[in-house]
Design a protein around this ligand. Structure first.
Ligand code: A3P
Length: 319
């Protein structure tokens, strides 16, 4: 009997079953006796390491800061960094899904047997990705979903500067106001950038899908509070996620004057995120603020309705 490496095995299988080619679905072998029986002995414990919660994004809302703060908590354990995608695993939202479940499992540390721990991963691309929800649901039906909601205008502005920093032609060529004013028939790169700036901030549209799949297991983090008052935000988070132990974050993080953000303390010194997180750029011009507020006003009303209906608390910026 010959066992091929996962990718080759998958290629062979999907060549014979072309209809299934785009829809493999990984489930948890530990939940299925028949599957568990064919898992090699050395890997049988691995599925115990699957995450208890996933930070799903959206991008540019403070997801890296949240992950970084959690890494300093004694009872939260983060995934390892992905070897292929910068830091994030992006398993459910990308081609990585085709690498198979073992690829994903190998990116988690072993669950300590001597204490209660919550294991997590953070991939901010999950929030708006359509295949992600059914895939997570199939593998981890009881998982908690964490979404960070920052005021969507600020998120859009942050995304614009993120693209500019990466020399994306449309962001270099057009001002933020021009991006906001883009109309049908304009330069397709401009419209694409406009969409990437604005669409993820339609939080209600995306969040409704997560709530419909994971119901009361959806946890909201206030992105503006996480930025301005992370000690309070992290204390709230520990409560909402039901942390195995509670740590007062005033002991773990401190404001760094040079960075202009709160950063974790390591050996009495702040250790901040890199230059791509917490960039310095001009305040949003007033005319852009007015346009973007008008754009998001009805969408934020939808978000209020959704949060109210599901008994979720409002982020400060929405009140
Ligand atoms: P800017 O760089 O535009 O300010 P993400 O990690 O989801 O990509 O989010 C990046 C954003 O996190 C940053 O956007 C910044 O505003 C925000 N942020 C919140 N708390 C932070 C912190 N303690 N350090 C750095 N950035 C933080």
């Amino acid at each position: 009997l010959v066992q091929l490496p996962t990718q080759q095995l998958a290629d062979k299988y999907f060549k014979n079953n072309p209809k299934e080619a785009d829809t493999p679905t990984w489930t948890n072998p530990c939940n299925d006796k028949r599957h568990l029986e064919i898992v090699p002995e050395s890997r049988k414990d691995k599925c115990q390491n699957l995450p208890d919660f996933v930070i799903v994004g959206p991008q540019k809302t403070g997801t890296t800061a949240l992950m970084n703060f959690l890494k300093h908590h004694p009872t939260f354990l983060s995934s390892y960094d992905s070897p292929t995608t910068y830091e994030e695993l992006q398993f459910f939202s990308s081609q990585n899904y085709k690498n198979g479940l073992n690829w994903y499992l190998d990116l988690f540390p072993d669950r300590p047997s001597d204490r209660k721990t919550l294991i997590f991963e953070k991939s901010a691309t999950y929030f708006t990705s359509s295949p992600t929800i059914p895939r997570i649901k199939a593998l981890l039906p009881k998982i908690k979903i964490v979404s960070v909601l920052m005021e969507p205008g600020a998120r859009a502005y942050s995304w614009y500067f993120h693209q500019k920093a990466h020399n994306i032609p449309a962001a270099v060529k057009y001002s933020f106001m021009e991006v906001l004013n883009g109309k049908e028939g304009d330069d397709s790169q401009l419209l694409d950038l406009q969409n990437r700036c604005l669409a993820p901030g339609n939080y209600a549209k995306h969040l409704a899908k997560w709530i419909s799949a994971f119901e009361s297991n959806v946890v909201i983090v206030d992105g503006d509070k996480l930025k301005a008052d992370p000690i309070a935000a992290m204390n709230d988070f520990q409560h909402d996620i039901i942390a195995p132990s509670f740590v007062d974050y005033s002991k773990l993080i401190s404001f760094d004057e040079q960075k202009g953000f709160f950063c974790p303390l390591e050996n009495g010194k702040t250790r901040c995120l890199g230059i791509s997180k917490g960039r310095k750029y001009p305040d949003m011009p007033e005319e852009c603020r007015k346009t973007i507020d008008e754009f998001y006003a009805p969408l934020n009303e939808n978000l209020k309705d959704l949060l109210l209906k599901n008994e979720l608390s409002f982020p400060t910026w929405l009140k």
